[in-house]
Structures are given as structure tokens and as C-alpha cells.
Design a protein around this ligand. Structure first.
Ligand SMILES: Cc1cc2nc3c(=O)[nH]c(=O)nc-3n(C[C@H](O)[C@H](O)[C@H](O)COP(=O)(O)OP(=O)(O)OC[C@H]3O[C@@H](n4cnc5c(N)ncnc54)[C@H](O)[C@@H]3O)c2cc1C
Length: 489
């Protein structure tokens, strides 16, 4: 390829520093100069503290060991996400979305069999929290090392760690604010004019400027495709709370349904990160904060709250002219499955692949844009499915979400096949990689919410939850306490 000679990245949030590291690492031998400009006056979003297992691949690519970055970022291990309160179906009031691993093969297959029996009217136990190793590790607070785990971390500290690593790789760090963007006649970006008077020329510009999209939206005018008709939440409030003294550190994210949205709880080694994601169409900011404080109880007394607005959806073209948008500038799906950093990572990887195979050719841009939009839509559908499947009856928020028919044809067909007792496997295969989430995740979501017929016949041959739990209890014996593992004991 004819690699770009100079890449300018605008933004020093997690997206900017992840991108700087990946580009500089990948093109280290090609003498590609990378400059990252970050404003001292415009804060980063400061949240984003849970990951998917993909983040392990990110650190592996850069050759960064857990022992080097985890303590620096107050990081903990994440085995799963637990969802209390989304369903009112007896026995399914809470369920787990586990990260699956090889050890799940046997019990996992029994879970799939049971879920299929149950959706066809037989009374087999089918709550995923009874069948997957990750759920038992979370219950017993054991470090999920050896499984396909993910992480929790302090967003600010992760940014600082990645900054120092990128600078070590040779990325030039400029602390200044972009005041004006100069364009060539053909629309390409020519240079960034900084508040200090400096000018940054580059042949490729990466927009990591956050929700406003300084380059992709404000400069190039790329249209934004909102997901507001699928996903109603547009606000969040974050409140940190202390860990409980002497308690073992949890290794799961908890996403509890509240009256007008859901609250996250993310355990770090030094505190909990908490927040409430809600819709301003259904509740005021003040009321939402009251509700979150009530949910958190005494632990939140005196803790200050940060209120955030979210732009949910994505730009139509993530790469346009000589500018690619990465992070919140390209799009955002509410953080229910903690997918934003994964989308950043995958977008950068796809961008590198596209550029290496075809420079700035139109065809490669189109393919890249199509693939990245597909990833966003795949994640969106999985998140929307949570709202479709909810069975809460307490507020308009939940009833309206459940009744919303603005869903993709793909999600509608998955719901239909599941409900009719049809061949769910074939339907999942038909949609293939575009789904983003694999078969076990879809089963856990549909079954975990208790999406089954009300009338069930007895089924003597299915493995019961009690038997499955006994096997899990035996399996976790060899895993160490999460707190002790993190402390290096
Ligand atoms: C409530 C909430 C919860 C979330 N939870 C998760 C989660 O659990 N997991 C997950 O993966 N993601 C999560 N995310 C998303 C995650 O926080 C972001 O994807 C991630 O932090 C990347 O943000 P960013 O770098 O794109 O933008 P930001 O952090 O907003 O950074 C923008 C940067 O651009 C700079 N900038 C802006 N304008 C200029 C200018 N004119 N000149 C120079 N610099 C400029 C700013 O100084 C800043 O450095 C969450 C997001 C929200 C809103």
C-alpha cells in the first residue's frame, strides 16, 4: 500500500489513544508519523469502564501484559453481565449473559436443549445462570482466569496508560484545541489550525473528538443515522460508590432494570462505578438521579453525580474523504452490553485492512463503511432485543419499549421463529456474522428473559437446574478468589 505519511488524530479519549496505539504499532516499520491533538479544555466522557473479551486481543496485539496495565487502571476481571429485574416471569427475574468458554460445552449443550424443550411447551429448566461456568464464578467471586473473560477498569486511568504507551511508541502528543479545520477544494481535510496558532498538516485525519464529531459531522457534514426509534435512552447519570470493606470483589457487571431504564454497577479494585441509563422522554434528570440514589442507598450519600447526554446511532459513512471517525464521533449504542471499545477496536482493525488492501480507493471505503455499519446494526439488534423481551409492567417506559415495532426485520424474524417453536438454529445461521452475537448469547437472552409459553408439560428427561448447579460448584473449586488473585496473593 501507499501508506499515509502523517496521520493526525483529534481527541485524547479512549478512542483516540486506542487508535493511536494500533496505527503506530501496525505501521511502525513504515515510518508513519502519528500526531494526537487533545484539548485541555474539553473533557473526555470519563465513563466506559466495562469491556467484552475482545479487549484481551487489543492488549495482546500491543504486547501489553495484564500485570502491567491492570493494576495501573484499577482493573478487575469480568466473567459475565447479570440482568436483575428485566423480566417478571417466575424463575427468570434475573439472568446472566456469560462469556462462554470451552468448559461450558457439556452443560451449555444441555442448556440449549432445555431452552428448546421449554419454548416448545415442556417444563425444562432453562435459566442460563444455572448452566454456565461464568455465572458460578460470579456467584462465588472467583477470578475467571482460564475462561474467556473480559475486564472492568477506570476509564481515566486506562486513557492515561494508553497515552503513555502510545508516546513510548513514538506518537506525538499535542495538548491544544482545534479551532478551525481547513479543507482542500475537493473536500479533503488539509490542516488543523490550533488555538495556539500552530497548524497541523496531515494526509489522513482520524476524528476521535467525541459525540460532536468535529471532523466527520461538523466539518464534512456526514449525516447521522439515529437509533432513537429503536433505543429510547438518551441520558445517563454516573455516581461512584466505595467498595465494601473486606468483601471479595465481584467479577460481573450488574445491569439492574429500574423504572425508566437500567443501572450499571461495575466493580473496580478501588470503587464501584455506577450509573443510570434512561430516556428523557419518560423521566426528568432530577427524578432519575433520585431514583439512582435510592437504588444505591447509603453508599451514594454525599457522592457527586455526573449527568451525561448520549447521541445514539451512527454516522452513515464512518470513512469519508481522507477522514475516518472512530469512537463516539462515529456512533454509540447505549452501554448495556459494554460494546463501545470493541467497536472502536474492530473499526480500527477494519480500517487498517481496508487501507492496506486498497489505499484510499472508493471501493475499499465503501466496503469498510458497509462492514462497520453492519457491526453497529448487529450490536443494536442485540441490545434492542433486551427491550423487546422485557416483561415489566410497572411503567410506560417498559410497556412502550415492549410494544415498539420499529425493529429490524432480522430481529423480528428471530422473535417470530423463537415464539413459534421453529428452527432457531437455522434462523441464526441464516443471518450469520451480521448478528455480531453468537448463538449462545441469543439463547441466553431469549431464555434468560423467560420467553416461553405459559402452559408447560412435565418433562422427566431434562437436566435440572439443581443438577447443573452441582456440576458448576465442582468446576469452580479450582478457581481462586478474585480479590486474592488481583492482590497477587
Ligand atoms: C454512560 C456511558 C457509559 C458507557 N459505558 C461503556 C462501557 O461500559 N463500555 C464501553 O466499551 N464503552 C462505554 N461507553 C462508551 C465509552 O465511554 C466511549 O466509547 C469511549 O470512552 C471513547 O470515547 P471517545 O474517546 O470517542 O470520546 P471522548 O472521551 O469524549 O473524548 C473526546 C476527546 O476529543 C477531544 N476534543 C474534542 N474537541 C476537540 C477540539 N476541538 N480540539 C482538540 N481536542 C478535542 C477532547 O479533549 C477529548 O480528549 C459508555 C458511554 C457512556 C456515555
Amino acid at each position: 500500500m501507499t501508506s499515509p505519511k502523517h496521520i493526525a488524530i483529534v481527541g485524547g479519549g479512549t478512542a483516540g489513544w486506542m487508535t493511536a496505539n494500533l496505527l503506530r504499532h501496525r505501521w511502525a516499520t513504515l515510518n508513519v508519523e502519528v500526531t494526537l491533538i487533545e484539548s485541555a479544555d474539553i473533557a473526555t466522557i470519563g465513563v466506559g469502564e466495562g469491556s467484552t473479551p475482545f479487549l484481551r486481543h487489543f492488549f495482546r496485539t500491543l504486547g501489553i501484559e495484564e500485570r502491567d496495565w491492570m493494576p495501573a487502571c484499577d482493573a478487575t476481571f469480568k466473567s459475565s453481565i447479570r440482568f436483575p429485574g428485566w423480566s417478571s416471569v417466575a424463575g427468570y427475574e434475573s439472568y446472566v449473559h456469560p462469556f462462554f468458554c470451552e468448559a461450558d460445552r457439556q452443560l451449555g449443550n444441555q442448556f440449549f436443549t432445555n431452552a428448546c424443550l421449554r419454548r416448545r411447551g415442556q417444563a425444562a429448566d432453562a435459566n442460563p445462570q444455572d448452566f454456565f461456568l461464568a455465572a458460578e464464578l460470579a456467584r462465588q467471586r472467583r477470578a475467571p482466569v482460564g475462561t474467556d473473560y473480559a475486564y472492568h477498569f477506570d476509564a481515566g486511568k486506562l486513557g492515561a496508560f494508553l497515552r503513555s504507551h502510545a508516546v513510548g511508541l513514538g506518537v506525538r502528543h499535542v495538548v491544544d484545541t482545534v479551532a478551525r479545520v481547513e479543507q482542500h477544494e475537493n473536500g479533503d481535510i488539509a490542516a488543523l489550525h490550533l488555538r495556539s496558532g500552530a497548524r497541523i498538516d496531515a494526509d489522513l485525519f482520524v476524528d476521535c473528538s467525541g459525540f460532536k464529531g468535529l471532523l466527520i459531522t461538523e466539518t464534512l457534514g456526514e449525516p447521522f443515522h439515529t437509533y432513537r426509534d429503536n433505543l429510547f435512552n438518551d441520558r445517563a447519570i454516573a455516581i461512584p460508590t466505595p467498595l465494601v470493606d473486606g468483601e471479595d470483589i465481584p467479577c460481573e457487571t450488574v445491569s439492574t432494570a429500574l423504572r425508566h431504564g437500567w443501572a450499571w454497577q461495575i466493580p473496580l479494585t478501588t470503587r464501584y462505578g455506577n450509573g443510570y441509563v434512561y430516556s428523557s422522554d419518560f423521566v426528568s434528570d432530577d427524578e432519575a438521579e433520585r431514583e439512582l440514589r435510592e437504588h444505591l442507598g447509603a453508599a451514594a450519600e454525599g457522592a457527586s453525580a455526573r449527568r451525561l447526554r448520549m447521541r445514539v446511532g451512527c454516522v452513515k459513512r464512518h470513512w469519508r474523504q481522507n477522514c475516518v471517525a472512530i469512537g463516539l464521533s462515529q456512533g454509540f449504542i447505549e452501554p448495556l452490553e459494554a460494546t463501545a471499545l470493541m467497536l472502536i477496536q474492530l473499526s480500527v482493525e477494519q480500517f487498517i485492512a481496508a487501507l492496506e488492501s486498497g489505499d484510499f480507493e472508493r471501493h475499499h471505503q465503501d466496503t469498510f463503511n458497509h462492514r462497520v455499519s453492519e457491526m453497529f446494526e448487529g450490536v443494536r439488534d442485540y441490545v434492542v432485543a433486551h427491550y423487546q423481551l422485557n416483561t415489566r409492567r410497572d411503567t410506560d417506559y417498559w410497556r412502550t419499549n415492549r410494544a415498539n415495532r420499529n425493529i429490524s426485520a432480522r430481529l423480528a424474524s428471530l422473535l417470530d421463529i423463537w415464539d413459534r417453536g421453529g428452527d432457531f438454529e437455522v434462523e441464526l445461521e441464516r443471518h450469520g456474522a451480521g448478528l455480531m452475537y453468537l448463538r449462545p448469547s441469543w439463547y441466553c437472552l431469549f431464555a434468560g428473559m423467560g420467553r416461553f409459553p405459559a402452559e408447560l408439560r412435565a418433562t422427566p428427561q431434562a437436566v435440572t437446574a439443581a443438577v447443573a448447579r452441582q456440576s458448576l460448584a465442582r468446576m469452580v473449586r479450582e478457581f481462586r478468589s478474585h480479590r486474592r488473585y488481583l492482590a497477587g496473593e
